[in-house]
Design a protein around this ligand. Structure first.
Ligand code: PEP
Ligand code: MN
Length: 340
């Protein structure tokens, strides 16, 4: 932390700040300039620096305290310079390969789920997605099949061998969702549900943390920090688009977030172009963009009859479109040395 004193700070005020920092356990390195004094405070790793910086800023003649360390530790690249991988059975997310997670937005029926699961598996997907509990902006839209949906996901896994990812919406449901799911999805609306993050930090299942629709990357990484700090290191991130002034697309898919996460963190990152664009016509191209930019995988909504989907039909691609996408992705993957 660097403390910048006001130009008119007196010697007594400067030594008051120095004394306070030493009391908090910092070693101080002051620079007494002609115009003003700057104090570098180092070596108190157990302090909550954000709190200390606010306390320092409340002392007389302090202009500002600047934090140097990232507000997330375990999620940072400084903590772990090499990329981390998340393993789900035989599927490795964050390794050499590129992982396709595909399936319907929402589990609607046995027929719909099984048909989709068989088709995405045959086309090369290695994880099945499907929501049983759906967070909806409107209380009148379909809220999901609940436990019956989870049972269908387990049945689809049984038949296809695909591990399943599904959303857990609240703390009271974690045990139930864990009973059926292989990966827990934390949705965009819950990225800052800190009680939920703390609780999924205690379970032994991988977690995919979606970016809050209005969240900065730093806030997203701090949310991941909650889970890792709680003891669950199997965390992957998912960029799913953010709110901007644009309304033509449902969200603005922030492809550059993949690069930002790579620069800041060791966590695997996948991209969800379905929520990210809201338009099935844009999904295949965005999938390719995610592959080329260096994401670790995709989460894609596929539906046998998008026009009949109970949720997110406009952004769901058909089974034939998914098959074509997989073939085109394979060509790109081999050109850039990635394994699909
Ligand atoms: C979804 O994956 O269907 C979903 C609801 O995602 P998000 O939380 O990103 O809106
Ligand atoms: Mn959806």
């Amino acid at each position: 932390m660097i403390i910048v004193m006001q130009a008119e700070a007196t010697a007594a005020q400067i030594s008051e700040v120095e004394g306070a920092l030493q009391t908090w356990g910092y070693e101080i390195h002051p620079i007494y300039g002609v115009e003003r004094t700057v104090i570098a405070a180092v070596g108190a790793p157990t302090q909550d620096e954000a709190r200390v910086s606010e306390q320092v800023e409340s002392l007389p003649a302090v202009e500002r305290a600047v934090l140097i360390l990232k507000p997330y530790r375990f999620a940072s690249k400084e903590y772990r310079p090499e990329k981390s991988v998340v393993k789900v059975g035989d599927v490795v997310i964050g390794g050499e390969g590129f992982v396709m997670m595909a399936g319907p937005c929402t589990v609607e029926s046995e027929e719909q789920l099984m048909e989709t699961a068989r088709a995405v598996k045959a086309a090369g997907a290695t994880v099945l997605r499907g929501g049983a509990y759906k967070p909806s902006t409107s209380p009148y839209s379909f809220q999901g099949m609940g436990e019956d949906g989870l049972k269908l996901l387990a049945q689809a896994r049984e038949e296809t061998g695909l591990p399943v990812i599904t959303e857990v919406m609240h703390v009271g449901n974690i045990d139930l969702v864990c009973k059926y799911a292989d990966i827990l999805q934390i949705g965009t609306r819950n990225m800052q549900n800190y009680d939920l993050l703390i609780e999924v930090g205690k379970v032994k299942k991988p977690v995919m943390l979606k970016r809050g629709m209005s969240s900065k990357i730093e806030e997203w990484l701090q949310a991941a920090e909650y889970i890792i700090k709680g003891g669950n290191e199997a965390v992957m991130l998912c960029e799913r688009g953010v709110r901007t002034f644009e309304t033509y697309t449902r969200n603005t898919l922030d492809i550059s977030a993949v690069l930002a996460v790579r620069e800041l963190s060791h966590l695997p990152i996948v991209v969800d172009p379905s929520q990210g664009t809201g338009k099935s016509s844009m999904v295949p191209a965005m999938c390719k963009a995610a592959l080329v930019v260096g994401a670790d995988g995709l989460l894609v909504e596929v539906h046998p009859n998008p026009e009949k989907a109970l949720k997110d039909g406009a952004q769901s691609i058909t089974i034939p479109a998914f098959q074509t996408l997989m073939q085109e992705m394979a060509v790109i993957a081999s050109a850039i040395g990635k394994k699909l």
